[in-house]
Write a protein that binds this ligand. Sequence first.
Ligand code: ZN
Length: 393
Amino acid sequence: MSAPTLPSFLNMYRELIAAPSVSCLEPQWDISNRQVIELLGLWLSSLGFKVEIQELERQQGKFNLLASIGPEPEQVAGQAQASGLLLAGHTDTVPWDEGRWTRNPFTLTEADNRLYGLGSADMKGFFAFVIEAIRDLDFSKMKKPLRILATADEETSMAGARELHRFPNLKPEFAVIGEPTNMVPVRMHKGHTTDCVRITGRSGHSSNPAMGLNAISVMHETLGYLKQLEQDLQNKFHQPAFAVPYPTLNFGHIHGGDAANRICACCELHMDMRPLPGMRIETLHEMLAAHLAPIHQLYPGALEIHAMHEPIPGYECPADAALVKMAEEISGNTAEPANYCTEAPFVDALGCETIVMGPGSIRQAHQPDEFITLAEVTPAQQQIRQLVNKICF
Ligand SMILES: [Zn+2]
């Protein structure tokens, strides 16, 4: 029997969507994920889970939650042995684009056989799927532990996933991260770096450009070299399993100057690069430095590069891993790579087999009017239940 205090699936979904948890590198958008964590803590403890909530050391006001049920993992020489299943996801969402949403992003709206809301697919909604999938299980019959992990700040720095070592007994044998994949198992993806490229020039009156050093002009040259790096990455590295089979480079944000009649003194570019699994982050940064060496020579001291957050490595789970085979059988889908980044490399570092598989489509992630379809609700719940049954019972 379900716990009496547990809301229906749709009401859990509604409450998760209604609890804002935007994470953003721009402080004016950034919100604590506390409300989402508290809802999950309440619901999971009502099912009998032991709930641990930790405020991040790196980010005040941001929280990770770990909920555990079932037999404690065996201890050998004081070390917890790998056991059971971890179902993981992030509690934060990206900011919403006010002008482009036609619905309230924080109100779950059922229309056109879809459920709309910010985080419906990516990926607060996943927690409602998991809880609905397991609410009627007889936990007294479990043979292996089930853990549910909810992290903070995946969309920005992955700060939450970087603090998993603070749950010392978190040693699953298998882990599934419920990012939206339409329940297709994802067994590898690229890494991610975010760098700030800053040009510092010298200001002056616009009537005589020679009196200063125009940072926008220097940035223009810098962009030329970065375009060469982008091409170089395409030419040198290849992994045919990916739809975009090479490392990418994206210009995401640029800002420079303050007035039309001043020589621009500072121009800043934010960009991301996505290495293939197995590529060293250092290799990427060495290539970046080499391509921008001419700027250093032409304009000594003008160019500065710094990482905006710690890089995320690529990740790969072998095609013949037990979890990949199990997930392929349950979902009826062949495992594939993804062209986006998840917390998988950090979860994988716990020493478990790790895949990414969840309801909803990545096409809706980070989009206005984000949704999941009603048609995928029941099948996804059943597949999650089968996975839990297979591993933990
Ligand atoms: Zn996500």
